[in-house]
Design a protein around this ligand. Structure first.
Ligand SMILES: *[C@@H]1O[C@H](CO)[C@@H](O)[C@H](O)[C@H]1NC(C)=O
Length: 421
């Protein structure tokens, strides 16, 4: 009898304790059950020369190659008014309506640290935050979920122009002041949106840290993901948890490198972001169209077996690096041999720019490659194409794909459902 009683007591204890220990996150989107289907709002609140080349060409100054130099080498009033006009026009409410009408459920919105805080000697121009707030309001109105994505950190986490500052070697990871500033910004972002998990269910604390630059970067990144977990999942300064998911990035490491990291045994509400492009090496741009499709299909086994929710947060149907300034303003393309050290594969004519120059066989390939990637990335937990809109690189543009038929109006409406065999 005593034994039975104590068994009942411990069963009751287990019942009351176990749910607490699991901490019961209930995200604003059913990650792992429903597929993420979305687009990035690239080139809006963080400038990218290849997405809006006119903003850079109009400066008449070839030393302006990123948002840092955009502020550094121009008259402040001029640069400010160009930026404000861009923020007001590049993405508007109509885009949110069109993204929702295209059957998508997420947008990923890149923002730079400088929207929140600019340090001494940093030439960034501020004013992005009202647009971030407006974007979240519009997303809510159209039933879209927003991934708020910190795309540029102090010192730059990768040296890419899309981090704000193009550098030969990144400076974020080696300077604790930079990391501390970034932690503070993630705290700010997390508390801004902690009470709107239905619209901002997930925050990406740092885009594409340069893990390929060595162990020091990876060591800093791993610690930063742990700290960001605390900042995103505990935004109230108490033991109360949010329902916000932390979306960490693989830092260009194979998924196997991250196996067991922040997994649901000890952590709640963590997802992994991986970016898959087939254009940033000589070998990539030398592939045949069939090779590109096969390479996409071959990602399925690793995507389907990973131990966190896995989102392919960037990818593109573009099979070349031909888009103007894709490799940086003033830098050419590997595909046509104009990139330093590359050799000619073919002419870029008809492969980027306006879709009106694309052949019907090229558009058929774009559709097939798009479908092969969507099918494959849905073996994980979904995808967001890079990017919704471009000035003159229709091969990368989701909206151009919709308008010209290589992207279906409903992303589940596939013409080649067996393309991966
Ligand atoms: C570290 O970064 C900060 C800006 O975040 C800068 O002021 C400082 O000079 C840097 N320290 C070193 C040693 O480079």
């Amino acid at each position: 009898m005593a034994l039975l009683l104590s068994a009942i007591v411990s069963a009751l204890l287990l019942l009351s304790v176990a749910p607490l220990a699991l901490s019961q996150i209930s995200p604003g989107f059913p990650y792992g059950t429903e597929k993420v289907r979305g687009v990035n709002l690239g080139g809006w609140l963080v400038l990218e020369p290849w997405i809006t080349p006119s903003l850079f060409d109009n400066t008449g100054n070839t030393d302006i190659v990123d948002e840092w130099t955009f502020g550094e080498f121009q008259d402040l009033d001029t640069a400010t008014s160009v930026l404000q006009n861009h923020w007001n026009t590049w993405i508007t409410e109509t885009d949110f309506a069109n993204i929702a009408a295209a059957g998508l459920n997420h947008v990923r919105l890149p923002i730079g640290y400088w929207a929140f805080e600019v340090g001494p000697g940093e030439p960034y121009i501020q004013g992005q935050l009202p647009y971030l707030q407006q974007a979240v309001t519009w997303a809510g109105q159209y039933g879209l979920k927003v991934i708020v994505d910190l795309h540029g950190a102090p010192g730059s986490q990768n040296g890419f122009d899309n981090s704000g500052q193009r550098l030969s070697f990144p400076g974020w990871h080696s300077n604790q002041t930079n990391i501390d500033r970034t932690d503070a910004i993630i705290k700010t972002i997390a508390s801004m949106f902690a009470d709107q998990p239905d619209v901002v269910p997930i925050i990406a604390p740092l885009n594409e840290p340069a893990g390929f630059d060595g162990q020091a970067v990876l060591t800093a990144v791993r610690q930063y993901w742990y700290d960001s977990y605390g900042n995103i999942r505990y935004p109230y300064g108490t033991s109360q948890q949010s329902n916000t998911v932390e979306l960490i990035h693989d830092a260009f490491q194979p998924l196997s490198y991250w196996s067991g990291f922040e997994t649901p045994t000890g952590w709640q509400g963590v997802a992994m972001d991986t970016h898959i492009y087939q254009v940033f090496s000589d070998a990539d741009v030398e592939m045949s169209y069939q090779d590109h499709i096969n390479t996409a299909c071959a990602t399925q086994s690793s995507l389907s077996t990973f131990d966190l929710w896995l989102i392919v947060g960037e990818w593109s149907p573009a099979p070349t690096d031909c888009a103007t300034y894709l490799n940086g303003r003033g830098i050419g393309a590997r595909y046509d041999g104009s990139y330093p050290g590359s050799s000619y594969v073919g002419s870029c004519t008809g492969l980027t720019g306006s879709a009106s120059t694309f052949s019907s066989s090229y558009k058929t390939f774009l559709r097939q490659f798009w479908e092969a990637q969507v099918i494959s990335y849905e073996k994980g937990d979904g995808w967001l194409q890079w990017t919704w809109k471009t000035e003159s690189a229709d091969d990368w543009s989701y909206s151009a794909g919709l308008a010209n038929g290589w992207i279906p109006q409903d992303p589940t409406d596939l013409m080649y459902p067996d393309i991966c065999g």
